[in-house]
Design a protein around this ligand. Structure first.
Ligand code: PMP
Length: 356
């Protein structure tokens, strides 16, 4: 007989980076921005009319969509917004990849954002993890002319590798798969890559997903979005409205719009993080770490002699948190978020003692 437990969905969930409660730690484990969000967001937070909370939020998140439309020059009906890009991506998996034909798979790199296999499992989507090369680079040819491909997703820059591919590389994959949805997850694009948003006018099958969590310092507000053809955006909206009309709350819509409109502050945050990343890169190299050239707000570093686990644990004992996975191919790597200048000094000093 089927017991209660057998009727309940069992799933191994995604494991996010730790969010320790203590304040006196150096937190370089979840690719958050080390600086506060835009002063315009903070002003909007102060001015937010709390009494409005008795009403439901705007199902279309119109202010936020309009801000994105103005800043990115994309028509409002080609923009979809959600509760962080994780929600946008989860809805996209459900919308575009749950109707694959027999024998088809969703393709993504073997070393990539570890949420992809979890959503695939959640929605019963068959997947094929495509090996990256020895330097963790995505091979373009592996995503072209694949008989079993029913859809494609990859981050650019990829995470946790930090490697960014040029726009022509992305375009060739999109162009070669006109009858499949190709999702480019651009969570880290603002730290040195060229966005594929310019391609959405030409390719109906392309969805470009971005987030306010990294380069705009609003991870806690949960604001993400996607740009794409009307066909893809309308399909995403239909699924969202079949799930929850009010995914985004009104403060997130108002504050998110304020932050998106503050283009100067956003660019300044990116500039500072890129500059600290370059300093961190030379410091780590001097200490015997190697890593691909990063176009993100983190480095994917491996020490020449000491194991990833050991460096991770020793740093943690000193209250410096970085990310480490006990996973095939990447067990000796650490993903280190670029922090403030002072955090970078403290990290390099600690590593000097550990590996020096
Ligand atoms: N994509 C990638 C590649 C990420 O690393 C992250 C952050 N964990 C996300 C998407 C989701 O970010 P958020 O939900 O905060 O927008």
């Amino acid at each position: 007989m089927r017991g209660l437990k057998d009727r309940i969905r069992q799933i191994a969930p995604y494991v996010p980076g730790e969010q320790p409660k203590e304040r006196d730690i150096i937190k370089l484990n979840t690719n958050e921005c080390p600086y506060p969000p835009s002063p315009m967001l903070l002003a909007a937070l102060k001015e937010f009319p709390g009494e409005d909370l008795r009403r439901y939020s705007d199902t279309e998140a119109g202010d936020l969509v309009q801000a994105l439309s103005d800043v990115y020059g994309v028509p409002a009906d080609q923009i979809f917004v959600g509760v962080g890009s994780d929600e946008v991506l989860a809805l996209a998996f459900q919308t575009f990849f749950t109707e694959l034909s027999d024998g088809e798979h969703l393709l993504f790199p073997d070393v990539t954002y570890s949420f992809y296999p979890v959503w695939a499992e959640l929605y019963h989507i068959p997947v094929r993890a495509v090996p990256t090369d020895d330097g963790f680079k995505i091979r373009r040819e592996d995503y072209i002319g694949q008989q079993d491909a029913g859809g494609i997703i990859f981050p650019n820059p990829n995470a946790p590798t930090s490697i960014c591919e040029p726009l022509a590389f992305v375009e060739e994959i999109v162009r070669s798969n006109p009858d499949k949805v190709v999702i480019v997850d651009e969570a880290y694009i603002d730290f040195g890559g060229e966005s594929a948003v310019s391609l959405i006018e030409r390719y109906e099958n392309l969805l470009v997903v971005q987030t306010g969590s990294k380069s705009r310092a609003m991870a806690g507000l949960r604001v993400g979005w996607a740009f794409g053809s009307r066909m893809l955006i309308d399909a995403l909206k239909a699924v969202k409205f079949s799930f929850n009309s009010y995914t985004m709350n009104s403060p997130a819509i108002a504050l998110g719009a304020a932050a998106i409109r503050d283009v100067d502050y956003w660019k300044e945050l990116c500039r500072r993080i890129i500059s600290t990343r370059e300093r961190l890169s030379s410091g780590l190299r001097e200490l015997g770490f190697s890593f691909p050239e990063s176009s993100a707000n983190f480095l994917f570093a491996k020490h020449e002699t000491i194991s990833g686990e050991e460096v991770f644990q020793t740093l943690k004992a000193r209250k410096i948190y970085v990310r480490h996975w006990n996973a095939p191919r990447i067990g000796d790597h650490l993903r280190i978020t670029v922090g403030t200048e002072e955090e970078t000094d403290a990290l390099l000093a600690a590593l000097q003692e550990i590996v020096g």
